[in-house]
Ligand binder design. Structure first.
Ligand code: MF3
Ligand code: CO
Length: 250
């Protein structure tokens, strides 16, 4: 069952989304060569507490941190560590919070100079894929319109769409129905019709090479099987009568 949110509930989700956006801004401002990903974790931890929110990821199925920091071939769920960022790295930062009973979750990927043209293109195409997913969040469209928009854009650029992880409904739980794949399965049809009040976390995960991923022995970090770079952008978006409402933008 997909839970539709009332106008009052959407306002609460927007408040949670605003915190997520602020945390991401604070973390991104700190990204620089020589900075350990655990320092980004500390920035996020402070920013979440200062906003009066609670971290959504820490303790979730035993996940140890408030942030996921996924560098280069790490796709998602990288665990902050003593690893220091270096010039040329791509780092995906994913954060979720709970505020006033509602969750919000968003991610961005940033590059440290010098950025290769191919890495630049990977980030741009993944960001554009998220934009296209957002644009499909209109009443009367179907879930598969979102998936298809992402897949077409990514594959037309020659990049890979990760299959093992998907976007998701979000609300009073971090993960609600439905799952939001970034690829279509024609045999499964167009999926549920999008209705006002639905809120989805849209999160294309894109690989520069083949889309296959493996999990590191830490049991969290998903990495590309071929070692190619990956990018990840995520927003929580509500379907409204007037079209998409991005809840996790600043
Ligand atoms: N954005 C991811 C998600 O929607 C991050 C989850 S990390 C976890 O699931 F630690 F909470 F699993
Ligand atoms: Co998510």
């Amino acid at each position: 069952m997909i839970v539709c949110k009332s106008a009052a509930e959407l306002e609460k989700m927007r408040a949670a989304g605003r915190v997520v956006a602020q945390v991401l801004q604070a973390v991104v401002a700190r990204v620089a060569p020589g900075v350990a990903t655990l320092e980004l974790e500390a920035v996020a931890d402070k920013a979440i507490a200062a906003a009066g929110a609670a971290p959504a990821f820490k303790g979730y199925h035993g996940y140890p941190c408030v942030l996921c920091t996924s560098v280069n071939e790490e796709v998602v769920h990288g665990i902050p560590s003593e690893r220091k960022l270096q010039g040329g790295d791509l780092v995906s930062i994913d954060v979720g919070v709970k505020l006033d009973g509602f969750f919000a979750d968003a991610a961005t990927t940033v590059a440290l100079a010098p950025v290769s043209p191919e890495a630049e293109r990977l980030l741009r195409v993944t960001r554009e894929a998220l934009d296209k997913a957002v644009a499909a969040m209109c009443p009367g469209r179907h879930l598969a319109d979102i998936s298809e928009a992402v897949q077409q854009h990514v594959e037309a650029a020659g990049f890979g769409v990760v299959r093992e992880f998907v976007g998701h409904g979000i609300g009073t739980a971090l993960h609600e129905e439905p799952q939001v794949p970034n690829y279509v399965t024609p045999a499964k049809g167009r999926g549920p019709r999008l209705e006002p009040g639905m809120v989805l976390a849209l999160e294309p995960m894109v690989t520069a090479g083949a889309p296959a991923v493996t999990i590191r022995p830490d049991r969290w970090t998903a990495v590309t099987a071929d070692g190619s770079n990956a990018a990840h952008f995520e927003h929580c978006v509500a379907v409204t009568q007037n079209g998409p409402w991005i809840l996790t933008e600043p």
